[in-house]
Design a protein around this ligand. Sequence first.
Ligand SMILES: NC(=O)c1ccc[n+]([C@@H]2O[C@H](COP(=O)([O-])OP(=O)(O)OC[C@H]3O[C@@H](n4cnc5c(N)ncnc54)[C@H](OP(=O)(O)O)[C@@H]3O)[C@@H](O)[C@H]2O)c1
Length: 264
Amino acid sequence: MALPLPHSSSPVRFADLKERVILVTGASSGIGAATARLLGAQGARVLLAARRVAACEALLDEIRSAGGEGLAMAADVARDEDMHGLVEAALTRWGRLDGAFNNAGVLGRGGPVAATADTDYDEVFDVNVRAAFHALRHQVPALRRGGGGALVFTASMAATVGFAQAAVYTASKHAVLGLVRSAALELGGEGIRVNALCPGVVDTAMSDVGFGSPAGRDAFVARTPAGRAGAPEEIAPAAAYLLSQASSFVNGQALLVDGGYTAV
Ligand SMILES: NC(=O)c1ccc[n+]([C@@H]2O[C@H](COP(=O)([O-])OP(=O)(O)OC[C@H]3O[C@@H](n4cnc5c(N)ncnc54)[C@H](OP(=O)(O)O)[C@@H]3O)[C@@H](O)[C@H]2O)c1
């Protein structure tokens, strides 16, 4: 019998997240929304950010109705000033930042690497890599003020293996992992942990587009030992774990949550 998927009212509990101030980017849908919902249910103060702020506000209403607390802001993570503004907003509202789930990302158009346009490369690297670099620039000083914290970046299983027809996306996620590992080495002595969350195939708006067709999706699922795609609610507990003290000795790691896809 298949077990039910976890959700915000499930027994998943990270008690130390209560009243922690955590920024979640890409909170308007998919993995970011599921994680923000779970963090809110733990009692964290969540700052929800994405370009589609109306979706973040709707999620915040839901979190507040369940007794949680937060703030929703429009932000384009590719813009340095927007990332700065998010961190400042957390400091102004709550006087601290304890962690961030840097999750916003784009897939790009994909296709043969030799035929990929510079504009596609720029869009993917601006959102997936430059934003991660800016996140470290602005979030690390804020965490230092509070004596430490945890940063989690959504990479992908594509940070650890190659994918034909998705070379630019794959390269961008490898770059995220490089930033994560290097920052972890630099910051570990200051009580700041930096980890990457690496999902496999997860049913979200991104994967709807990314598979290109139901047959494309089926091909990926067929290579996943779990025999199915994951749900965003199955990624969220791993993000919460990396943000919480439950992972206090985990630093600079790529946590694969991929139904076994990369276990070959
Ligand atoms: N789904 C998968 O199979 C899969 C697998 C591995 C890794 N991932 C990674 O998981 C993360 C979340 O993706 P998802 O699957 O949950 O897809 P999704 O539902 O499409 O979510 C993507 C999120 O990123 C936000 N975003 C994109 N560009 C942005 C920008 N310039 N500024 C601010 N926010 C931006 C989107 O919000 P707005 O459009 O409102 O700005 C949205 O909230 C991404 O980093 C993705 O690469 C996904």
